[in-house]
Design a protein around this ligand. Sequence first.
Ligand SMILES: C[S@@+](CC[C@H](N)C(=O)[O-])C[C@H]1O[C@@H](n2cnc3c(N)ncnc32)[C@H](O)[C@@H]1O
Length: 285
Amino acid sequence: MSERGEDGNETMRDRGRLPAGIDTTKPSIARVYDWFLGGKDNFAVDRQVAEAALKVSPGAQEAGRQNRAFLQRVVHHMAAEAGVRQFIDIGSGLPSQGNVHQVAQEIDPAAKVVYVDNDPMVLVHGRALLAPGDTTTVIQADARDPRSILEDERVKDFIDFDEPVGLLMLSILHHLHDDEDPAGVAATLRAPLTSGSFVAVSHFCNPGDAHPVASQQATTAEKLFNDNLGTGRWRTMDEITGYFGDFEPVEPGLVPLPEWRAEPSISVKNALLYHTYYGGLARKP
Ligand SMILES: C[S@@+](CC[C@H](N)C(=O)[O-])C[C@H]1O[C@@H](n2cnc3c(N)ncnc32)[C@H](O)[C@@H]1O
């Protein structure tokens, strides 16, 4: 993929190297997010959406970085402090820096990670770059059909549901429409987890009257995302809290991403962004 030219779209197609199922005429969430993170696995159509988003929400790239930093802190917490040794990462995205398996396997090289995404490009790149083996694998599945994930043979091979699992749903549930029942999806995926398991969620948030200016920006960003990507919901704190079910919140609870056990030195440059992107971790007692 690194051989792609300025117009990556044409270059890849002309060389006939584009893997099956990848549509370069429509933006993809995974590829737009990859652009925000400074990755190269995106096409002109993705960059157009990303650049439009930046005009409305100049903190979008910082938001992506904060989300990745949150991912690393929650995985580190689960692996290092709670001894979790198996993880399911729903809507895992294109491989980036500090992926789940890298954080977890730094604590224990035998830690197991299943990456799940419905974007075919994630499967292709995941298989190439993550060097799947006995400890890491990637499957293509749709979160809107959570049972298909739980019943996948590789998930059954990799994950021992009698032992604690770290279930990650980071920046994925806000890509499910209300009528796709994100709460039901989260509940189905939580259901088989045993005591000592964790659920981590990060999610776009509309803070409502608590932060009216940020709320207005959330509404504008929501429209832009839906017009261009066909998805993106900035939900309320109550809605996001519901995704943890009856799991017990780990301190400090559901908070703006930089507040979740970050080093005090982490600076937050964009105050609006701060109140529109939340994350939390909860544990099954
Ligand atoms: C914004 S990225 C988040 C990546 C990663 N979880 C993170 O937080 O850094 C959202 C990912 O969810 C995936 N996704 C969106 N809808 C999905 C669905 N219905 N099933 C599985 N994956 C989905 C996208 O392809 C994309 O890779």
